[in-house]
Design a protein around this ligand. Structure first.
Ligand code: TRP
Length: 446
C-alpha cells in the first residue's frame, strides 16, 4: 500500500542552504521511495497572507519551483503543483470554514502571537490582523484534506496546524459522512534528525537573522558567504576545536564520515581558518554545482516551468474535482436537474440497489453511480446530451463490464473507450473490492 505524503512550501523568500538541508533534500529523498505517493506544492495562497508585494510573490514562486526541480524532484513521479492552480482548494476551504469552530482558531499560535504583540504595545488586540491570517489553518486543512494525505512532514511550528486539520476533518466526517470517513485524518511527521543548519553567525540559519548562505548564487557569491562565517581568533598552527565551530557543523551536513574525520584531524592539527573555509567552499560547490546549473537553465525558461506546474495541477485535479463533487453532494449542494433512476428497478435483490444520478455541468451531461449507501462508485465523462448519457447507463446494466485498473482507481470502458471513472482508493485491495462491488451492483439478474 502506498502512503500519500503531502507538504506545502510557502512562496515568500528565496531558498537558502538551511532550507535545502532541512526540507528540500529530505523531501526529495522521501519522494523516491516506491511506497510514497508525494504531493508537494507551492503554497502561494498562503504567501499572500504574509506578503503584499506582487513582484516578490511572483519571483519567489518561480525560484522555489526551479529550486525543487533543479535539486532532483521528479515531477512525473511526485505530484508538484501550485495551490493557486487548484480552484477546488478555496472551495473546500469554505466548506471547512463552515464547520470550523471560531474558538479553535482563536487558539492558533500565529494569531495569538499577533494579538499578544498588539496588547503589549497597547494597541487594539486585532490591529493589523487580517481574516487571511486568522483563517490560515483552515486553508491549510483544505490543502491536506483535499488529497486525503496520510502523512504531512512539517517543521515544529506547523504541528498545531496539522492537528487542527485533523479536528476540522473529523468534524466534517461526523456531520456529513453518514458513518463514512469522507476525509482521511492526517498524521504529522517531524523529522527529528534532520539538520537545522547554523548560519554565518552560529545562530540557526534564517532569513530573519540575515545569516544565510545562498543556495544557488554564483560560485563567487558562495565563496564570499563562506568567507563571512564567524570563527574564533586562533591563529594558523594553533589547534582548533571542531566541536565548538559552526563551520565544522556546516561541513558535517554535506560530507561523508571519512571526510569529516579527515577535516576534524586537520583542524585539531592547526589548519588555518582561511584554509578551512576553502575546504568548506569546495565541498559545497561540489554538492551544489550541477544543481546550480540546472537551476539557472530552468529559471531562464519560465514557460517550461509553467508547463510542468500546469501538468502537475491537472494531475492533482483529476483527484480534487470528483472528490469535491462528492463533498458538495454530502453537504446538500446538489443539482436540481438530478434525475434519480434506480439501477435495480425491477430486480429482486434489494441488496444490489445502486442508482444512477445524472446531472448537467458546463461541459455537458454526466452521471454518477451511487451504491445503496449513497457512496459514489463511478463518475462518468461528459456527454453531449442527456440521451447519450442515458444510453450509456442502460448499456452498463445490460452488458458485461469492461473494467481497467489505473493506479489507485479504475475505469469502465464501452467499445474500448473509457466512459466512467471510480474515485481514488488508498490501496489496490480497496480498489479491487470496489470493482467487485460494482460488478455486483450492476450484475444482470436472471
Ligand atoms: N504553513 C506551511 C508553512 O509555512 C506551509 C503549508 C501550507 C503547508 N499548506 C500546507 C504545509 C499543507 C503542509 C501541509 O510551512
Amino acid at each position: 500500500m502506498t502512503t500519500r505524503i503531502l507538504t506545502g512550501i510557502t512562496t515568500t523568500g528565496t531558498p537558502h542552504l538551511g532550507n535545502y538541508a532541512g526540507a528540500i533534500r529530505p523531501a526529495i529523498v522521501a519522494s523516491r521511495d516506491p511506497q510514497a505517493d508525494s504531493f508537494y506544492f507551492l503554497a502561494d495562497y498562503h504567501a499572500l497572507i504574509k506578503c503584499d508585494d506582487p513582484a516578490r510573490i511572483q519571483r519567489s514562486r518561480l525560484e522555489i519551483a526551479a529550486t525543487w526541480l533543479a535539486c532532483g524532484l521528479d515531477a512525473d513521479k511526485a505530484t508538484f503543483y501550485r495551490q493557486s492552480d487548484i480552484p477546488e482548494i478555496p472551495e473546500l476551504t469554505w466548506l471547512l470554514t463552515c464547520v470550523s469552530a471560531k474558538g479553535l482558531l482563536n487558539r492558533a499560535h500565529a494569531y495569538k502571537a499577533s494579538v499578544d504583540k498588539n496588547v503589549e504595545a497597547g494597541e487594539d488586540p486585532d490591529a493589523g490582523v487580517t481574516m487571511g491570517l486568522y483563517s490560515y489553518p483552515v486553508l491549510m486543512a483544505a490543502d491536506i484534506l483535499m488529497f486525503n494525505a496520510h502523512k504531512v512532514p512539517v517543521g515544529r511550528d506547523q504541528i498545531q496546524h496539522v492537528e487542527m486539520a485533523r479536528d476540522i476533518g473529523q468534524r466534517f466526517n461526523h456531520l456529513f459522512g453518514n458513518g463514512k470517513e469522507l476525509f482521511t485524518l492526517p498524521e504529522v511527521v517531524i523529522e527529528e534528525d534532520v539538520a537545522t543548519l547554523p548560519g554565518l553567525d552560529g545562530r540557526k540559519m534564517s532569513k530573519s537573522y540575515d545569516n544565510t548562505i545562498p543556495l544557488f548564487g554564483s560560485a563567487k557569491q558562495l565563496k564570499e558567504a563562506v568567507a563571512r562565517i564567524v570563527t574564533d581568533s586562533r591563529a594558523p598552527g594553533e589547534p582548533k576545536d571542531p566541536d565548538n565551530s559552526h563551520l565544522f557543523t556546516l561541513y558535517q551536513a554535506f560530507s561523508t564520515h571519512e571526510q569529516q574525520a579527515a577535516f576534524r584531524a586537520e583542524l585539531l592539527g592547526g589548519l588555518a581558518w582561511g584554509e578551512a573555509k576553502q575546504r568548506l567552499f569546495e565541498l559545497l560547490d561540489n554538492e551544489l554545482g550541477e544543481a546550480r546549473e540546472r537551476y539557472h537553465a530552468l529559471i531562464t525558461r519560465p514557460a517550461d516551468l509553467e508547463d510542468i506546474l500546469l501538468a502537475g495541477a491537472a494531475k492533482a485535479r483529476r483527484i480534487a474535482t470528483p472528490f469535491l463533487g462528492e463533498l458538495r453532494e454530502s453537504v446538500g449542494l446538489r443539482s436540481f436537474r438530478e434525475q434519480v433512476q434506480v439501477a435495480s428497478e425491477g430486480k429482486k435483490k434489494a441488496t444490489k440497489a445502486a442508482r444512477f444520478v445524472s446531472f448537467r455541468e458546463d461541459d455537458g451531461f454526466r452521471f454518477r453511480l451511487l451504491d445503496a449507501a449513497g457512496e459514489q462508485l463511478l463518475l462518468s465523462i461528459a456527454f453531449a446530451d442527456g440521451k447519450a448519457a442515458g444510453q450509456v447507463t442502460k448499456r452498463l446494466q445490460a452488458e458485461e463490464l469492461d473494467l481497467h485498473a489505473e493506479l489507485n482507481a479504475f475505469s469502465v470502458r464501452l467499445d474500448g473507450e473509457s466512459v466512467a471513472y471510480s474515485p481514488e482508493f488508498s490501496s489496490d485491495a480497496e480498489r479491487d473490492a470496489a470493482m467487485q462491488r460494482l460488478r455486483e451492483a450492476l450484475a444482470p439478474q436472471e
